[in-house]
Ligand binder design. Sequence first.
Ligand code: ATP
Ligand code: MG
Length: 245
Amino acid sequence: MNFLEIHSLSKAFDGLHAVENLHFTVKKNTITGLIGPNGAGKTTAFNLITHFLPKDSGKVVYAGENLKKLPAYKVVQRGMARTFQQIRLWPNLTVRENLLLACSREYDSWWKSFTHTNEAHQDTQIDEMLDKVNLRKYKNHLASDLSYGQSKLIEIARTILTDAELILLDEPASGINPTLLRTVEDLIFELKKQGKTILVIEHNMPFLMGISDEVVVMENGRFLMQDKPEKVQSDPRVLEAYLGG
Ligand SMILES: Nc1ncnc2c1ncn2[C@@H]1O[C@H](COP(=O)(O)OP(=O)(O)OP(=O)(O)O)[C@@H](O)[C@H]1O
Ligand SMILES: [Mg+2]
């Protein structure tokens, strides 16, 4: 079953067609990779899918619902969460506080997440998550104390804590060391085991091809192909897209 369907999605910035007539599908409970050379439009596609940016035209169907012009925060409430290519943690909040803000989705206002009633339950969730990413000892450190790789892990952890059904990761492996990379891989596989659906942009091909059930390739804002990793890797059009770039 298709959990996400992208139909004829387009977005131009001052005449530059960043995403043009893009279409692809993501099946439920799979890991789908999204690749393409620098500037192919991958991050813009994420921004359009999550309604972080308004599309010029096209359709995003998520869990059978045409999202039309639903505001971004309501898209999150529907169960779609994403990370950003540029890390977006609150540097002056602690790691715990950054994660606490993610846990608050089920409550009617985020400031309530700081009240004592919810804190015990949420702290348990946060501790479990910090154990998974081996960062429990940083719980009460400021986010600004974390290394780049650690910050990326916390950002992924924050996305997971929203309890989203569809998780979009924008370059989770970029700039992180092999040990942290294995932690990212473990997290993604665990999410899949829990029944979640993952769409991941990545330039690290061995990593991406190793985790993906299917891979979508973009070139110049457009759809190039979608297939199993082994088919994509050996397709001359993909090689050409990268070498041509
Ligand atoms: N807000 C914006 N305003 C103007 N141009 C933009 C904007 N966002 C993206 N672009 C342009 O759209 C094109 C696609 O950019 P995008 O960031 O989506 O590519 P990408 O595939 O994610 O690249 P990378 O692999 O380098 O992250 C690029 O030419 C980029 O310069
Ligand atoms: Mg990008």
